[in-house]
Design a protein around this ligand. Structure first.
Ligand SMILES: [Cu+2]
Length: 126
């Protein structure tokens, strides 16, 4: 019974390079659509306040699949924009508004406020 269950799992997922003939009939793209194989869990939520014309904390260290949420605590609008690459490109955030981004790969993203370029911050994804 257990064996049958396992074979079914392998067949459905296409995750393993099994030598079972059943897996050969699995379309190669099936793993991309398989909800039971890899659940792309969203990790922690890390908050950054935009306050007094600064990002607080200015540098954050997160893990892959963590979400960073910026909240504007100032009365003037701010926007979060990557220094390069365009990964971060928020709209203008008014007081109380938020911008969130899911970081999917290990990288270092330097960013600034497009309205106030002297406001700088860094997200290190590891
Ligand atoms: Cu700003």
């Amino acid at each position: 019974m257990k064996w049958v269950f396992l074979v079914c799992l392998v067949f459905l997922c296409g995750c393993l390079d099994g030598s079972s003939p059943q897996t050969q009939q699995t379309p190669s793209g099936v793993a991309d659509n398989c909800s039971t194989c890899v659940v792309p869990a969203v990790g922690a939520v890390v908050n950054v306040d935009v306050k007094d014309f600064a990002f607080s904390p200015q540098d954050v260290r997160v893990k892959v699949n963590d979400v960073v949420v910026w909240t504007n605590r100032d009365s003037v609008p701010h926007a979060i924009v990557s220094d390069s690459g365009g990964e971060l490109n928020s709209a203008l955030l008014n007081n109380g508004e938020t911008f969130s981004h899911l970081f999917k790969s290990a990288e270092v993203v330097n960013y600034h406020c497009s309205v106030h370029p002297s406001m700088k911050g860094t997200v290190t994804v590891e």
